[in-house]
Design a protein around this ligand. Sequence first.
Ligand code: CUA
Length: 342
Amino acid sequence: MQTTNWVPLFPDQASTFAWQVDYLYFYLILISIAFSVPIVVAIFVFVIKYRETEKFATPQEMHGSMVLETVWSIIPFVISMTIFLGGALIYFNQYTPPDDSMEIYVVGKQWMWKAQHQTGQREINELHVPVGRNIKLTMTTEDVLHSFYVPAFRTKADAVPGRYTYLWFNATKPGKYRLFCAEYCGLNHSGMGGWIYVMEQSDFDNWLSGNVSGQTPVEAGNDLFANKLGCASCHAGGPGQRGAKLENIFNTDVRLVGGAVVKADENYIRNSILNPSSQVVEGFQPIMTTFKGQVTEEQLNSLIAYIKSLSPNAATTTSPPANANNSESNKTVVKPAGNSNK
Ligand code: CUA
């Protein structure tokens, strides 16, 4: 299962950007060697060549050299710019999830990783994914900062309380790879880890069908929305509703009371549930009460999955919406409800 490493002590290269990170890293090591070796050699050469041969000798005065100074400015400039460009390209690639990614929710908690697939399967300290697919993790945590780190994929992203962060990868080799928490998070931080199982698509499909779970996130969200939390009593759409309409809002711009415009992404929806009076949609009254403390992180994920499912045309990622061409019809769809209860 584990393949041999081409450099000992290095983890497998098991994602599409593993080799990029490694090449940048070896480039940095090469530069360090290319500078350190001549410097150390020069120290020894000069110690011998310029040792004291005559007491109180006065050395020859030296004046600057334009050529020398230009050369030792341009070479480091070129070297540092190649490091910067290499790093920036890799970073941009790693933190821009592709639109066609398969989405998985991840919740960190002292001291475990909980994952939920779109098809409803839940896992703890394990994550099964198909090989060769773009996988996007939408992550948050129930308590403190954690960091989702898979060395073989050369990728890592913090899970931050109170907001969503994203990480994506495309695993290139079936196998079993270590998952770590890379942010000190308390007593059992060092034990907070698990395994990523990268499987052939057919094995993954078998795994999925062998792990039947109750509700998918969308179904669970729908249930919370319509029944358990009663969101539908204000947000079901239709005329005379007190709450903003939710159909087709995901990834569109929403105008707020006061004139600000925000993008209705996962973080916005989350904030609207937990802290509704902070971002009131234009034309509505701040009458919604907070659901802070009444919904778990997993329930929030489900609610967001449900609200996203009401926007079938929206891109799944937080990158610019795929429906930008018809965003005119989606923009600020909310109108005064004409029903001022308060
Ligand atoms: Cu979670 Cu360290």
